[in-house]
Design a protein around this ligand. Structure first.
Ligand code: HEM
Length: 210
């Protein structure tokens, strides 16, 4: 049986979903078998939050990879974005369910009173319309231009996600700052590329934009 290019791409997309969710499966396994440390809920929350940020960063790497190295992974960006969203959703659910015990009143109080949770929630709210419009049907309904514009919400969402991480720690720690620096560079790249890209010879631009 010959594997066509399209079926290979479909297999790779499914691999992103399956492999992408493995850290979550592992974290839940460790938490529910008591092998994740003294405070399994907190460890689970942290692990899921961290993976959410990593997958959001992976999404933002797709465009520079194409522009700089001509590696075109655009067709896998949606799968990476959805995996990132699933992590944020799991992160939020663990907090709401295992940490806050589904006490909606206490959860709302937390969202209103604790700035790092307010910021995390704002990031989540920005990601919801992106996840909901991740289908081909939505692209057709909205039109490519409007869809692309809407999906630029990922920029403020990831910036808020990185800020949320910095604010949690209360002291300046290296890890959140490294993540924030990566996010900053990737966002700055979006602003700078139109200037750098236009200065390159026409032929190089043509190849990079395909
Ligand atoms: C894009 C959205 C979000 C991202 C990227 C994100 C990311 C993170 C990261 C990286 C951590 C720390 C992990 C560590 O310390 O190793 C964290 C912790 C946490 N996040 Fe989020 N988060 C997001 C949304 C939310 C939302 C919506 C909530 C709840 C409403 C939330 C509540 C928390 C809590 C309670 C912690 C643990 C704080 C503590 O140590 O006391 N996060 N998050």
């Amino acid at each position: 049986m010959q594997l066509t290019r399209a079926s290979l791409q479909a297999v790779l997309k499914w691999l992103i979903y399956i492999v992408g969710m493995l850290p979550a499966v592992w974290l839940f396994y460790l938490a529910f078998t008591g092998r994740i440390g003294a405070d399994p809920v907190a460890q689970l929350e942290w692990g899921l939050g961290l993976w959410a940020l990593r997958f959001l960063i992976a999404c933002l790497c797709i465009t520079p990879l194409r522009q700089l190295l001509r590696i075109n992974l655009l067709r896998y960006r949606r799968a990476l974005g959805l995996v990132a969203f699933y992590y944020v959703l799991l992160h939020l659910s663990v907090w709401l369910w295992l940490d806050r015990g589904l006490d909606l009143h206490a959860a709302v109080q937390d969202i209103l009173r604790r700035p790092y949770i307010t910021i995390g929630m704002a990031a989540f709210v920005l990601l919801v319309p992106l996840a909901l419009t991740s289908t081909n049907w939505s692209i057709r309904k909205l039109g490519g231009k409007a869809w692309s514009k809407l999906h630029k919400l990922v920029y403020p969402a990831i910036a808020l996600g990185a800020l949320h991480f910095i604010m949690i720690k209360k002291v300046w720690l290296i890890e959140p700052l490294v993540y924030a620096a990566i996010v900053l560079v990737l966002l700055a790249w979006r602003l700078l590329w139109p200037l750098i890209g236009n200065r390159r010879p026409r032929s190089a631009r043509r190849v990079a934009s395909t």
